[in-house]
Design a protein around this ligand. Sequence first.
Ligand code: ATP
Ligand code: MG
Length: 349
Amino acid sequence: MGFPSYNIESIFTIQSLSLILKILILCFLLIGVLSLILEKNSYIIFPLLASAWEVTLGAMTIFNSLSGGFSLSSLTGGLTVTVLGFIACLSLLLLNRHNPRAEASLYYKLFGSESAEYAVELVDLVKKYFIGEIVVPAINGVNLKVKRGEFISIMGPSGCGKSTLLNLIGALDRPTSGKVLIDGVDISTLNPKSLARLRNEKIGFVFQAYNLINRSTVYRNIELPMLVRGVSKNERRRRVMELLEIVGLSDKMYRRPRMLSGGEQQRVAIARAIVNNPSIILADEPTGNLDSKAGRNIIQFMKRLNREFGTTIIIVTHDREVAEMTDRIVYLKDGRIVGEKINEGNVEK
Ligand SMILES: Nc1ncnc2c1ncn2[C@@H]1O[C@H](COP(=O)(O)OP(=O)(O)OP(=O)(O)O)[C@@H](O)[C@H]1O
Ligand SMILES: [Mg+2]
């Protein structure tokens, strides 16, 4: 009598199955390491599954060793696998938390965030400029919290530090001391690549001096942030045409910015700032060169973005009428916040 052949086959099947599983777990973990290096949040699910599987395997081994014949080696083996799997799960989630698109990460989807309430948080912010021996204290200890979906305005006399403050929030400049947190992430901890992505995808900046590219057409200027992000040609065209319509410049899309009026250039700058659907818009005097009707239209449009998409907006303005249209006015003087006013009528309950 020989061995029944099915036994050998089943042993072979189990062995190859477990080998396949091990290879799969290894691949998943490798994808995890790659996803962390490349900062691709969506792939984090693979190593998480692998770690969760490790935990399950470990738990099963512990259960077997306790319920069947007790074996110290399989008990310690099971415990080790469980603990390692658990640590892997936890560290993956925590690492996943620190990136500029934190709110899109699995960590926030699973646990939410204590700091997610604030889109922008400034802690003891100080900025000094050094011109040779002279020190210019532009921002002198600002603490400010801006809720997600809030629309605030900053007012103050010329030279009080408004543009400097926006530049610090938008990661265009580094503070001398203190912290800037965007969606709970301290931006000083981000590497250059994450910072660049934060500026391109999460923040839309409207500069006081527009900063348009004069060699390129209006169309190209608005399209540029999407090119950087790698959006398809058709989608880029659709979006640029939509925004040109909104800012009322469809008939001037092939002009160069210098052939436009100040107000028109300002509208191009606004279209460019919002083309990537940023979650935060920082605008330095977005209505400074517009007549009051055009100015009001732009602010109305921003309000719509704010209400419909929950976009957080911070604008600097000298125009009281514009400021009154926002949820809150923050007053700045000599680089310090000296007061604020909440416009109850505008704040949604
Ligand atoms: N690059 C720089 N080097 C040195 N000092 C600077 C620099 N940029 C700004 N400052 C100084 O810092 C202070 C704040 O400047 P900031 O541009 O933030 O003012 P502001 O409130 O935006 O003024 P405005 O309403 O005129 O635009 C000013 O005293 C200014 O002279
Ligand atoms: Mg300024």
